[in-house]
Design a protein around this ligand. Sequence first.
Ligand code: BES
Ligand code: ZN
Length: 623
Amino acid sequence: MTHSLTLTLKLAILSTILAVSYARGAVVPDPHSFSRPDAVSLKHLDLKLTVDFATKTLQGEALWTVDRKDPAAPLLLDTKGLDILAVASDGTGLKYAISEPRPIFGSKLEINLPAGTDKVKVLIRYRTRPDASGLQWVAPEGTAGRKAPFLFSQSQAIHARSWVPCQDTPGVRFTYDAEVKVEPQFRAVMSALSEDARNGSPKGLYRFRQTRPIPSYLLALAVGRLEFESIGPRSGVYAEPETLALAVSEFGDTESMIKAVEARYGPYEWGRYDLLVLPPSFPFGGMENPVVTFATPTILAGDKSMVSLVAHELAHSWSGNLVTNATWHDFWLNEGFTTYVEGRIMEDIYGPQRGEVERRLGYEELLREIAELPPEDQRLLPDFSDRDPDDGVTRIPYEKGRLLLYQMEKRVGREAFDKFLKGWFAAHAWKSVTTDDFVRHYESKLLADHAEALKGLNLRDWFDKPGHPQSAEVPQSDQLAKLQALGGEWAAGKVKTADLGTKAWTLPDWLAFLGATPPVLPLPLMAELDKAADLTAKANSEVAHVWFLRAIRSGYEPADKAIDDYIVRIGRRKLIVPLYKALLETPGGTRRAKVLFEKARPGYHPITSGTVERLLGLPAGTS
Ligand code: BES
Ligand code: ZN
């Protein structure tokens, strides 16, 4: 009795302490990091790296300025596959220990700090390994020019630790300066301002400065045969010479996009907004590295049909980079807000219909995802504590998150909702935030003034339940509905291929039309459509994706070679993983999938290889 009372009391005290400290925006425990930033936290990084393509390693020095709240506590850092060569402070070696590696998480690096001082600098000399999960060393054949190798990082979610020892949690922010040494034929680019990067450095020495505090997942580096061309007052494109001109014209609306967001949600705080075109093995579409968005070349369609990706990564400059999810548990605060803002940008620049169409397509992707995922992963707040946060990248945080914000917008009106969002960014700028922070902000800044309009919108239903509430207002699009109806009629033989009018179709038309056809189509129809629109040879990467899904399931052999080339060349997970899945469901497809993967694996990023290995039931990491 006494015992349980004491326990209750202890728990009550503990939860009061936690509630008070969280309310002040203090550090939230992050299950994906070994660090204890409540005791000792990182403030600034001076990074020196030498890039060696021959050994596929970075050799470096990370000099961390740390802030000690607990003067007796050690500095705990995340590392993954790093060879630590020395640790010192002020020229004196420090004692350190590295724990046994845990899959996905890596090892804890525990450093004993000298007694006393509040602020201390800790120097770590280290080397990365060729298989670092956050780096891809691309062979010349994997690049546009096929002349020189290419290196790029992808730190989100928890891969920064594989190339910089750090507190690898989005709850900790730091500024950084860096010096990167490369051979003179290469150019280095980082997520920080640098005139060297824009001008090129004949000696191969690149200096960078990031004066805004960023979380570790926004540390980024790319090195390749890159050129730079300006596209606006604060924007430009880095790309290989072979793709530069196409990229420059494709990204021509960037400055208008920046202005559009600024007009609604407050100033762009990062100085420059550049874009960097990566090799096709980049496992994502885009990554919002501050100052320079990293992008897949598969969006360079020549008709700006996929620039919503630029809108998306740009929007992260507010939702994500300025106001950051405190742990990966709150990932929807990054992606849901960003997807919402992305839609608003598309609408501002290209008109209401484009916004409507993209919202509806997004909603339909959400429905398909809900049909496939286990109920617990359909929650906006799923539990990923023991899992790889990369596996949380489903349509749920993106589209269910956007749909929730859309409910609020519809109920209170755009003007009030925009004001609310602008206030959210301003009030939490440069902070890491939790869903509870959002709920508090919502209650005091939106619900308080619009109680009647927001009645019945129960946030907990969205956070904790699968699917989405029945009562949700869902986006509609007449344009898409018409093409979907047409898709059904055409597949049923009621409309002739020649009467479809495919010449005038844009990307969403194709996605709607093809998406509405059954997965298996009669071969003569496939052949007719292919002849009419040259889909196998000419479709852009997203249309090709849907077309190839139909081709695989229908056994349409004329597309076989194009499909094989696509799967081997492109590493963007979203485009190729569903193709592998479709192959597995066809007779003889498993063998074909395995043969293709063997061929493709040397060119894939570790993240993509890992996903495909799991899908094919192959042992991990033999690439
Ligand atoms: N930050 C994400 C990419 C990401 C998320 C990488 C989680 C690693 C872990 C980026 O902003 C993103 O969402 N990219 C999308 C493109 C977008 C247009 C939806 C992608 O890569 O598909
Ligand atoms: Zn995103």
